[in-house]
Design a protein around this ligand. Sequence first.
Ligand code: ZN
Length: 318
Amino acid sequence: MTLRIGITLAALFSSALLAQAPAPAPAAAPAAPTHPPSAFVEPGVLPKNWMSGGPKCMEMPAWQVHEYNPNFFILRQSGCIHYEKPFLYLIFGKDKALLEDTGAGQIDTAPVVMSLVAKWARRNNKTGPVPLIVVHSHSHGDHTAGDAGFANLPNVQLVKATVPELQNAFGIKTWPTDIVPFDLGSRIVDLIPIPGHDVAGIALYDRQTGVMLTGDSFYPGRLYVGDAEFPTFVASHQRMVDFTKDKPVAHILGTHIEQTNTPFVDYPRGTVYQPEEHVLELTRGVLLELNDALIQLNGKLDRVVLRDVILSPRAPRP
Ligand SMILES: [Zn+2]
């Protein structure tokens, strides 16, 4: 019995090694490293539960700030302010900070983020706050509502969530097939265009932690896509699968949680208080599971309920 287990483990181990064989690097951009994960992924801690909204809204802060590690912060907006309760991400390199998304509804996000940027600078003995670049997972209002607060701040570059602005700011020559590295100072984040849920959708892959941010295109909840955009969505999902095939993926983090912690079951749209919600993090296994489901649909959009995500056809927008 022991011998058989040993052989099985050995077989698994060697197939895992094969699965990590490096792929050819793209011509222009420096390729993300392909070391074994344990060699360089910087660790971090995710909470078991997030605040959602309530049950007593008067007691709830507008934001939950979570330090994943000293250079990677996750902010969740309270559901008491807006039921979408999105997640925002703030990542620090040696020279720059990057914020993804600015919140939903009536929210003044800039003071909270700028105070974190200032605190980080003090903690790292900088002479002043590092420059901040603000980007968006996509252009929808529940991810851009706090933009105005960043618009005229010194030391802040606000990149609007449009394809031309993204191309210009990050040097993306061919949208959406070019994947471009962005250097925050000894920390490279890869920008992967993923239109489909929205024309200006992007994913970000942080090489330092192996965390990939996927916005509303992939999170534990209802992934909305319209008929006309379905082929684009499928191609974008495949792009994420291909990109991650030779890289360590520690966590895939999106921008909402709508699933409950009962597999297959989601909260109704508009739920504020979600005491039994799914964890935020998804794995590459779920990414592959959805990719299989998308391929099986063979070009025809339909509702697909998987354990952790739900593909949700969206009525055409007026
Ligand atoms: Zn959203």
